[in-house]
Design a protein around this ligand. Structure first.
Ligand code: COA
Length: 252
């Protein structure tokens, strides 16, 4: 259990809150483990009917904790990040992404597995994998081009461009933008409505809209092979060293 992920359930709504504001809610393997278990518990509990993922402080999440990732996975079995991606991408019940501030890397890609995505006005979304010496994950190399078109997806992946909340809405990654002050209340009200709605019709609607589990799993598998190779590469080592030394990365 890590204190960096807070779990709460009220009125049939479970909320998973990334709570590591001093590191901009960067996600460690331990945090992924807690998030994966929370999603599995949500799926198994008929009394809970909506799941919200959000962050504390001024960030949604700055993505994978780069130092933690550089160490590589510890222990046997599926790495926690893979468990999280499997849990969120196969969850049969509604998942709501509440993007309270900037989302980087998995802060964008996890949203492709959420059924409803709302953003605060100050939120931005980016996925600068290439500049980190990495490749896209979470089946985002399949789902992002489908969502926003190949040119915009490549602009996000290859230039590291950050979308404003409004742009993310214009591109269809987000369905509604709320002002920062009213964001949490607005999301809570919508989540309550989802939780009080007909649960079987809700799940069936999700299964009709999301029916490509096999293609998503296959793409994640392809990505994970290349992602692991890049994690062990000099390109990633240089990008992490550059970030720690607060300088631009140099790829020779
Ligand atoms: N992994 C590990 N630590 C991170 C992190 C990440 N993804 N993102 C931020 N942090 C840490 C910083 O190292 C810093 O730690 P320190 O106070 O011990 O030095 C702290 O969080 C605050 O970040 P800082 O860079 O001082 O804040 P900022 O407002 O100037 O910039 C970011 C915030 C998120 C733009 C910047 O930290 C950043 O670019 N982080 C890396 C994002 C990234 O590449 N994510 C991976 C996607 S796969």
């Amino acid at each position: 259990m890590t204190e960096y992920v807070q779990l709460s359930t009220t009125q049939r709504v479970m909320t998973v809150t990334l709570s590591r504001p001093e590191k901009k809610n960067a996600i460690t393997q331990d945090m992924y483990g807690v998030m994966a278990q929370a999603i599995r518990d949500y799926q198994d509990n008929d009394d809970v009917r909506a799941l919200v993922i959000t962050g504390t402080g001024d960030f949604f999440t700055s993505g994978n904790d780069l130092q933690d990732f550089a160490k590589g996975p510890s222990g046997d079995g599926l790495p926690p990040v893979v468990q999280f991606l499997q849990a969120i991408s196969t969850c049969v019940k509604p998942v709501i992404g509440a993007v309270n501030g900037p989302g980087i890397g998995v802060g964008l890609t996890m949203l492709l597995h959420c059924d409803l995505v709302f953003a605060a006005e100050s939120a931005t979304l980016s996925a600068p994998f290439v500049s980190l010496g990495l490749v896209p994950e979470a089946a985002s190399s399949l789902l992002l081009p489908e969502a926003v078109g190949q040119a915009v997806a490549n602009d996000i992946f290859m230039t590291g461009r950050a979308l404003t909340a409004q742009e993310a809405m214009d591109f269809g990654l987000v369905s509604r933008v709320f002002d920062d002050a009213g964001f949490a209340d607005a999301v809570a009200e919508i989540a309550l409505g989802v939780a009080n709605s007909a649960p079987i019709a809700m799940q069936r609607t999700k299964s009709l809209v999301r029916h490509r589990g096999e293609a998503i799993a296959t793409q994640m598998q392809k990505e994970s092979v290349l992602f692991a190779e890049q994690l062990a590469s000099p390109e990633f080592a240089e990008s992490v060293a550059a970030k720690m030394q607060k300088r631009a990365a140099v790829f020779n």
